[in-house]
Every structure is written in C-alpha cells, then in structure tokens.
Design a protein around this ligand. Structure first.
Ligand code: PMP
Length: 407
C-alpha cells in the first residue's frame, strides 16, 4: 500500500484520531478485535435509522427490506469465501458459536465411544473445549498434532495420527498466539483420502488473506466479523450443503422449524435450520458491508502490506537485546508474540499503554501453546492493514523505555 493510499485508509478509521495518555493511539490488537471504518459505522446507523424490522415472514415493506438486506449480506459472505451456494453460509454469533454448532450438530450425531478427533497444539481454546466436552460425553478421544520450536505443525505426526477410529479433524488456519500459517490445504487433502471431515478455524486467517473454501476443499470454515472490521456478535459457519443437511440442529426455537405440533416438530431447510430465533440482523448487514470494504482494498494487497509490516517489526525486535520472538515459523501473518528477559508481559502491556500503544498480553486463549514454550504468557503485537512503520518504530522505542525502567 503506497504512503498516499495508506493515509487515505487510516482516515477511514475514526478511532485512529484518538489520543491515549496524550499520545496518538497505536492499535496493535487487531488479532483480538479489529477496528471499524466510518463507512461500516454509517451502514449500521442507516440500517437502524431506515431499515430495521424483524426478518422473515413479514408482509410489510420494512420487514421485506430487512430480510433482503440480511440475505444480501449472506450472499456477500458467500462470494467473499467463494462458497458454492449462499445456503452454505450460516450466521452464528461468532467463531466460538460456530464450532459449538458443529460439535452439537455433527459431533453429537456422528461421533461415538472410542472414536478419535484430531486437533492441533496451536488451537484456540474455542477449538479445544467443545471437543473435550463431546469426548467426555460420548467417550471419544482427542489426538493432538505437535509443533516444533518454531511453532510449526509436524505434518508427519499429523498423518501418523490417522487410523480407523479417526472421525473428525478440526484445525486452526492461522495461530492467534504465534501467527503461524498452517498448511491446511495439504492437511485437508490428506484427511480427504481417509474421508474424514475437516473444520477450519479461520478466525485469524480470514482478516488477512484470501480464503477460498472450494479451493481448500474444507467441510467447514468459520470466522468472526469483529476481526474483519465488522461488529461483534456475528460470525459465519460455512459448511458443505450435504453435511449441513445431514446434521442435527444445534439450538431449537423460532425460524428453524418447518412445522411444530406437540407430537412432532420438523425442521427448516439450511441455512435456517441452524438460525434459531431472531438472528443478529444489524450485525450481519454490517458484516456484509465489512467484507465489501475489505474487498475494495483487496485481500492480496492487505496480505502483502501486513507481511511487509511483520518483516519490518521482526527485524527491529530481533535487534533488541533481551527480547525474544515466540513463533518463528517460515510462514506467518501479522502477529508478533515476544517475551522480554526479566519483565512480565502484563508489566510490558501496562507500560506500553502509557505511550498509547495497545497490545495484548497473556496466554491468548492458547494455554497449551504457552505450556509447549514453558512460558506463562507473551506480549503480542498484531498488525492490521491500516498500521504503518512509524507505529512500529513507536513500539520499539517504547519497548526500550520499558527495558530501561526495569534495568
Ligand atoms: N479462534 C481463533 C484462532 C481466535 O483467534 C479467536 C478469537 N480470539 C477465536 C477462535 C474465537 O473467536 P470469537 O471470540 O469471536 O468467537
């Protein structure tokens, strides 16, 4: 992104005009939640001002408008990930909700005692805990793909985990703790040879790179709007139509039914079967606007700008004595986790905040990754397409000040 275009993009984000502790905000926590450009704030306001009503079944004008905008957002998401059909896109409340949907809808129906589920050591807790709950309930077993010291999955070990008891694979596309981009296409192809369905947690991939679910050939793919310039409270689950049709519903209620009597209820067709109750209508429409905004900039442009920022920040951090990057995979996105000798990450985060720099510190909902590196926590700076090198220079200067303070 040229300096000129980057300035224009930065001007889209009102929050970047904030001063924090008297310093310009440097927002390096997009991996936790992204910021929202004015156009999406405006889209949400317009919806609430002039288009809001409950969707489906309404025979009056506003309900028809809201329904058509909501379904239009579904189509925008379909095209964003190149799904075959819009009914393969289910609105959920986010990634966590989507994984729980698959656990209940697929797992509780098809996974039985003695079966095995393959996960990786890099998973976010939201792709561990639901499967553990299922494993406990039905007597299934979790198998875990290990990582090397760079934070890369050991693909040989992954392939060795497959046997006749394997029933499901759930993989993180990009590690939120380390930034590693996993070779999910290759891993899906291997699972496909064994006819095992694969879910991909794309929460940290979709904001940074082009995702094509047909090219990946995954069975399920999920991500949250709030990490892609959209609002909180909404995300999607993509699923292949045949699988979604074979699954049982997750939540019961209005809209997910075809008919209800006290004797028997029949369920609606997909995607409605999985969208019980009033969905996050406004948020889904905002999500649609968000993927339009990102597509205007271009996911490839975003990826290359963020890679440039990551490389620059990596070089500068490596120049600092006593600072160590955790996660040195050869293929990474814009996430930089580090530790500083003798200083607790929470102290680093608190002191950087004094300089207006927002980073995340902690275990990043990936305690197994922390255990693997024998650390309690890291400091994590995560970059978005609106960040620039001046902000990285500010981060480096602030880290030096922290080190001086503790020396
Ligand atoms: N998976 C990954 C890789 C994530 O980074 C996150 C968010 N930190 C989640 C899942 C959960 O997303 P949400 O909280 O939006 O449900």
């Amino acid at each position: 992104i040229s300096t000129y275009d980057l300035e224009k993009i930065r001007a889209d984000f009102p929050i970047l005009k904030l001063k924090i502790n008297g310093k310009p905000l440097v927002y390096f926590d997009s991996a936790a939640s992204g910021q929202m450009p004015q156009t999406i704030i405006d889209r949400l306001a317009y919806y609430q001002t002039a288009q809001h009503a409950n969707i489906n079944r309404g025979v009056y004008y506003l309900s028809e408008v809201a329904t058509s905008e909501f379904e239009g957002a579904r189509c925008k998401l379909q095209h964003f990930i190149n799904a075959r059909e819009s009914r393969e896109v289910i609105f959920t409340s986010g990634t966590t909700d989507a994984i729980n949907l698959v656990m209940h809808g697929y797992g509780r129906k098809f996974i039985k005692a003695g079966d095995e589920i393959i996960l990786t050591m890099l998973e976010h807790h939201s792709n561990i805990v639901p499967w553990q709950m299922l494993a406990e309930e039905v007597g299934a077993k979790i198998r875990v793909v290990p990582i090397n010291d760079a934070g890369e999955l050991l693909i040989d070990e992954y392939e060795k985990l497959f046997n006749e008891r394997t029933k499901f694979v759930s993989l993180i596309h990009v590690s939120n703790a380390l930034g590693t981009i996993n070779p999910v296409k290759q891993m899906i192809a291997f699972a496909r040879q064994h006819e095992i369905p694969v879910l991909v947690d794309g929460a940290q991939a979709a904001p940074h790179m082009k995702v094509d679910v047909q090219d990946l050939d995954c069975d399920f793919y999920t991500f949250s709007a709030h990490k892609l310039c959209g609002p909180t409270g909404v995300g999607i689950l993509y699923g292949k139509a045949a699988l979604l049709e074979a699954m049982q519903p997750f939540k019961g209620g209005g809209d997910m039914i075809s008919s209800v009597t006290f004797e028997k209820t029949t369920y609606n067709t997909i995607p409605h079967k999985f969208e019980a109750g009033t969905p996050p209508i406004a948020a889904a429409i905002g999500f649609g606007a968000a993927v339009d905004y990102l597509s205007t900039i271009g996911m490839d442009t975003i990826y290359s700008h963020e890679t440039d920022l990551l490389n620059y920040a990596t070089e500068r951090i490596n120049d600092l004595p006593g600072v160590h990057i955790i996660g040195t995979a050869s293929s990474k996105t814009a996430i930089l986790s580090f530790v500083i000798d003798g200083i607790h990450p929470h102290d680093i985060g608190t002191l950087l905040d004094q300089d207006g720099i927002a980073i995340r510190t902690g275990h990043h909902c990936t305690q197994p990754v922390m255990q693997r590196f024998k650390i309690p926590a890291t400091s994590r700076a995560s970059f978005a397409f609106f960040n620039n090198k001046t902000e990285i220079d500010a981060l480096i200067a602030s880290i030096r000040t922290v080190q001086k303070f503790f020396s």
